[in-house]
Design a binder for this molecule. Sequence first.
Ligand code: F6P
Length: 415
Amino acid sequence: MKNVVVGQSGGPTAVINSSVAGVYSGAKELGAEHVYGMIHGIEGFLQDKLVDLDEYLDNPMGIELLKRTPSAFLGSCRYKMPKPEGHEDVYEKVFEVMEKHDIDVLFYAGGNDSMDTVKMLSDYAKAHGKKQQFMGVPKTIDNDLPVTDHCPGYGSAAKYIATTLKEVIRDNESFGAAKPTVEVCEIMGRDAGWLTAAAALAKGDDCTGVDAIYLPETAFDVDAFMAKVDYLSTHKHSVVIAVSEGVKLADGRYVMELGSENAMVDAFGHKQLSGTASTLCKMIAQKTGLKTRAIEFSTMQRAGSHVASLTDINEAFAAGKLAAEAASEGATGEMVIFKRLNKPGEPYQCGFSRYDVHEIANGVKNVPLEWINETHDGLTQDYINYAKPLIQGELIPFWCDGTPRHLVMKELADF
Ligand code: F6P
């Protein structure tokens, strides 16, 4: 490979930069002359917005700092590639920019929608006899990419959620009031409940855990929810509930739409989900008169690199590096996937492979229904066994003047 380019796309995570570091290290080790970064993903690439990553990463400190920097160092985008028919100019522009910079491989780190971009570009290249390669690097806090055992970004967001929920529970339990405050915590994950499930990881010998967990995999029953709140608030001094932003009623409406019907929609047609916790808190307050608190973990859960999982950071780095190795072997139209190598009960071991992106793009892998309890408000031990290894280990930030130091790309501000 001569020159390569790496881009970041979709919702950021605490470790997507580790994947960029992995692509950079892998490609350089394999002899790439220049490793470019796309500024704001494919959207910026179409405008020839590139940065030579040597400027930031050609020293061990750069890589270490990048691993400790949350969000998309290169800038992200939510750009949907149009269908090639009638939009050949968009595709030809991608190849024009690649040829201009002598780039033979494009790496794209992202989730379901971003893998669609990898698929469309690699298909176009094959159909038009172009030699350029396109490789996907998995990324999503949602953990919902098909085929792979888990996704980089999930372990760190899960660790943030479990950690923060323990702190929230500690706070709420401290009052010992006759009538508890009901705290409803809203967790991201548009279509799949993996991240909300991580609330189950708060429980341990030093924490009673959350009192109920609601995932989008099962229909949300308002009456059953209110009955549960009633029961908990008469039997406990503290009630903390975790709920996915994507929970839906049996009729298909999002619970958050009970509070407001005019949700914003992004380029992929996804509604902006927000307000589930406050909608439920209003219901609880009106019906019971209890004090409530709606907590949206929102951006914090995917940007919280100060509690990132070292396992996640290392695997994200490995995913980037393996994508570079796969490209050097001629791979295109594929994504790096993770495989769990250990048998149940054995120590966790992650293996890597790669897979046809057609089987992954736009797909959603849900939490298996058998990992959700019978009353649809909690997780089974199988989930805990699956998720616990992914949140292990820490990488201490470089604290500087009281806050963690980040690597910041100056070109981002100019774009
Ligand atoms: O896809 C990742 C994700 O963080 C989802 O969990 C969430 O629903 C969505 O992105 C939020 O997107 P945005 O930041 O564009 O509102």
